[in-house]
Design a protein around this ligand. Structure first.
Ligand code: ATP
Length: 328
C-alpha cells in the first residue's frame, strides 16, 4: 500500500550546478499543482539538521529559471554522515510533518538520501545535479551542458590569443574522474588534443600529435586536459612537453570554478524542469529510493542503489574516434 504523500521537501546538496533552480521550480510547482505542501530546505542536509526549512509557494520560485547556483543554497554537511546528525535531521522532518524528500545532487547526496530513507522510512527521489556527468541512470546530469558551453566560451577566447602568437595552450577543465566535459568541449572547440582520465595518453603520443599539426602548418594548438587525467594536471603536462621541446611557446590556463556558474543553457533548464516534474510524480505514485534521469530522451527512474554503484564510462566511443580524425 502506498503511503499517502501530503508534504514534501526539496533540497540541493553537494556541489552546485546550473539547472538546479529549474528543478527546484518544477518540484515546487508540480507539488502545489497536485495539492501538496512543498517545503524548501536551506543548505542541503545542513538545513534539515538546523531546521532551516521554509514553506514554498508558486511565487517563491518565480524568475529563477535563468539563474545559476541554487536559491536553496547547498552545503557539504559532515554531520549528516553521523547517526546523531541524521537523527536530528529526522526530528525536524517529523516536526514539519514532511513525508517525502526530493534531493538534488551527486552520488554523495544520493548515498545520504538512501541511508536516511532506509533508516527512517522517508520516501526519497533524487535528481542528478552535477556538472561532471558522472552518474549512471542519466545520459546527462544537470549542469553538464552549461559547463561545456562555459568552457567553449573560454576556449574560443584563448584560441584568439593562441593563434596570434603561435602558442600551445594547455587548458584544464573540470570533471573529476570523468572526461565527459573535456571530450565534448574538445570536439566543439576544435582542440588538437584531449587528455582524458579514461584513456592513457603518453607524452610521446601527445608530442606526435602536436608535431603532426606543426608539420601541416597549424598556427596554434589547444590541448584540453581533464582534471582527472594525471597527477599534476595541465601544468605537469606542459612542463613535460617543454622539457623536451623548448621551442614550444607553452601556456597553461586552469578554468576552475567559473565552469560551475552562469545562466543555465536551454538544455539544462528543460532537463531540470523535466526531472523535477518527474520526481514529484514519482513520489505521488509511491516510488522511493529512485533517481529520475534522462535515458535516450525519455525520463526514467533508476534505483539510487544502481545510480551510485554502477561503474560507468560515459564517453561515447564514436565521439572519441571522431576527435582523432577531425583534429588532424
Ligand atoms: P558533487 O558531485 O557535486 O560532489 P555530491 O552529492 O556527490 O555532489 P558530496 O559532498 O559527496 O557531494 O555529498 C553531499 C552531502 O551528502 C554530504 O556533504 C553529506 O551531507 C551527504 N552524504 C554524503 N555521503 C554520505 C553518507 N555516506 N552518509 C550520509 N550522508 C552522506
Amino acid at each position: 500500500m502506498n503511503k499517502q504523500i501530503k508534504n514534501i521537501a526539496v533540497l540541493t546538496s553537494g556541489g552546485d550546478a546550473p539547472g538546479m533552480n529549474a528543478a527546484i521550480r518544477a518540484v515546487v510547482r508540480t507539488g502545489i499543482y497536485n495539492g501538496l505542501n512543498v517545503f524548501g530546505v536551506i543548505q542541503g542536509y545542513q538545513g534539515l539538521i538546523t531546521n532551516n526549512i521554509k514553506p514554498m509557494d508558486a511565487r517563491s520560485v518565480s524568475n529563477i529559471l535563468h539563474l545559476g547556483g541554487t536559491i536553496l543554497k547547498t552545503a557539504r554537511c559532515l554531520e549528516f554522515k553521523t547517526e546523531e546528525g541524521m537523527a536530528k535531521a529526522y526530528q525536524h522532518v517529523k516536526e514539519n510533518n514532511i513525508d517525502a524528500l526530493v534531493t538534488i545532487g551527486g552520488d554523495g547526496t544520493f548515498t545520504g538520501a538512501k541511508i536516511f530513507s532506509e533508516r527512517y522510512g522517508i520516501n526519497v527521489i533524487g535528481i542528478p545535479g552535477t556538472i561532471d556527468n558522472d552518474l549512471a541512470g542519466s545520459d546527462f546530469t544537470l549542469g553538464y551542458d552549461t559547463a561545456i558551453n562555459t568552457v567553449l566560451d573560454a576556449v574560443d577566447k584563448i584560441r584568439d590569443t593562441a593563434d596570434a602568437h603561435d602558442r600551445l595552450f594547455f587548458i584544464e577543465v573540470m570533471g573529476r574522474n570523468s572526461g565527459c566535459i573535456a571530450l565534448r568541449s574538445a570536439i566543439a572547440s576544435g582542440a588538437e588534443v584531449v587528455l582524458l582520465p579514461e584513456q592513457e595518453t603518453t607524452i610521446d603520443d601527445l608530442i606526435k600529435k602536436l608535431e603532426l599539426g606543426a608539420s601541416t602548418k597549424k598556427s596554434s594548438s589547444i590541448v584540453i586536459v581533464s582534471e582527472g587525467h594525471k597527477k599534476g594536471g595541465a601544468f605537469e603536462m606542459a612542463r613535460q612537453v617543454n622539457e623536451r621541446f623548448k621551442h614550444y611557446d607553452t601556456k597553461v590556463t586552469i578554468l576552475g570554478h567559473l565552469q560551475r556558474g552562469g545562466s543555465p543553457s536551454s538544455f539544462d533548464r528543460i532537463l531540470g524542469s523535466r526531472l523535477g516534474f518527474a520526481a514529484v510524480n514519482a513520489l505521488i505514485a509511491g516510488e522511493t529510493e529512485k533517481m529520475a534521469g534522462l535515458i535516450g530522451n525519455e525520463v526514467k527512474l533508476t534505483s539510487i542503489h544502481d545510480a551510485i554503484t554502477t561503474q560507468i564510462n560515459k564517453l561515447e566511443p564514436d565521439l572519441l574516434e571522431m576527435t582523432e580524425v577531425l583534429s588532424i
